[in-house]
Design a protein around this ligand. Structure first.
Ligand code: FE
Length: 393
């Protein structure tokens, strides 16, 4: 038995933000991050539209990147005091993720992260409030997904929350909010979206409901990412939709080991953080090569290659053409080909790779990868991504 869940309403396009005027409710709390939404004038607009809808409005500002348990608890407490019936989260992935967790603790003050961490074990939300998500980055697609990640810095652990209860009720995908994204972020988040769509398409949980979303997202990324990177605002708008389609696919089909690898290497090295989308972009070609040893995965990668118009007389040739196309994209977007080129030190890599490989195999995304992987194989795969050597196992 399968389940496919998306937000009830999705508003998109120019001035989509204005749809806030049509929401029903008495009190709205707006959860946001640093100051970019205020500086851009978007926070003021949100407040104005919600007031036009007849709501009393409270703002909760300052959700940090990689939001903490403390921020979630603080937000939930504010919500319990204010008693909103509408929660509006606006900003990058972090404030939206944080607001999802605040929502759970607002409605269920006695719940714990340990309980919420058990996949698909949430209590029933929407007893007190509905949830509206408005993304200001193009990549994570948290506005349409059943996921949130919260960090407990004291314990040094990340809580990955996964349940369709936290899939937002309303998503507002307004291109004005991504018009000023820095070039690097356009590249990284665009490749994150491509990875979401490709991993969802070959996932063991793929379905006739997620396939069309994934394929369309892949076509759109290949059509629009380079121009969006170059600053073309029409292409930027299409990328904002493409990442949202990819999110709808992977929220329901889950992901694979590109994400397992990115999750466990993001903060692993002393030379600095590897941005999530950049890590995905580096690993994706190697993982395709690894997964394509599984015939069903090979068939699906070949499908993708044909859909984006790549040639090749055999499935194997088509998969190789897809890998070459991704390599070509990474070059265009100034993304390094290997962890070595990214600047990870060889000594440190060698010292840590076995442990990282073991952790990556244990990541929540490994379960839906189309080919199984042992810690030894994972270590070999990481070594290939470090030196740029051929994946031949
Ligand atoms: Fe991702």
């Amino acid at each position: 038995m399968g389940r496919f869940t998306l937000p009830r309403d999705l508003y998109y396009g120019k001035d989509a933000l204005e749809n806030l005027k049509n929401l029903d409710g008495k009190k709205a709390i707006v959860v946001t991050g640093g100051s970019s939404m205020r500086r851009g004038g978007f926070l003021a607009k949100v407040e104005e539209y919600l007031k036009e809808a007849g709501m009393e409005v409270k703002i909760f500002e300052g959700v940090e990147p990689d939001p903490s348990v403390e921020t979630v608890m603080k937000g939930a407490e504010e919500m319990r005091g204010f008693e909103p019936d509408v929660i509006v989260a606006i900003g990058g992935g972090s404030p939206i993720d944080a607001a999802k967790a605040m929502w759970a603790f607002y409605e269920y003050p006695d719940t714990t992260f340990e309980d919420l961490c058990i996949p698909f074990n949430f209590p029933k939300l929407r007893q007190k409030a509905i949830f509206v998500a408005i993304p200001s980055t193009s990549g994570t697609a948290t506005e349409v997904t059943a996921f949130s990640v919260i960090t407990d810095y004291a314990k040094g652990v990340k809580y990955p929350l996964a349940d369709f209860e936290i899939t937002p009720d309303v998503a507002i995908v307004d291109p004005a909010l991504v018009a000023t994204l820095p070039e690097k972020q356009v590249a990284y988040t665009g490749m994150d979206a491509l990875t979401h769509a490709i991993e969802a398409y070959v996932s063991t949980l793929n379905s006739p409901f997620t396939d069309p979303l994934a394929i369309k997202a892949i076509e759109m990324v290949f059509d629009y990412l380079p121009q969006s990177y170059a600053g073309d605002m029409d292409a930027r708008e299409q990328m904002h939709y493409a990442q949202c389609l990819a999110g709808q696919a992977f929220s329901n089909a889950l992901l694979g080991i590109v994400h397992s690898m990115a999750h466990k290497t993001g903060a692993a090295f002393s030379t600095g953080h590897i941005p999530h989308g950049c890590a995905n972009a580096i690993y994706l070609p190697y993982v395709i090569k690894y997964n394509a040893h599984e015939p069903e995965a090979m068939r699906r990668y070949a499908d993708i290659a044909r859909r984006i118009g790549l040639g090749g007389t055999s499935e194997k040739a088509q998969v190789n053409a897809l890998i070459a196309k991704i390599d070509e994209f990474n070059v265009k977007l100034n993304i390094p080909k290997t962890l070595k080129d990214f600047g990870i030190k060889e000594d440190e890599f060698k010292e840590k790779v076995a442990k990282i490989a073991e952790l990556a195999v244990g990541d929540a995304c490994t379960g839906s990868n189309p080919r199984e992987i042992t810690p030894e194989q994972m270590e070999k795969l990481f070594v290939c991504t470090y030196y740029g050597t051929e994946v031949d196992f």
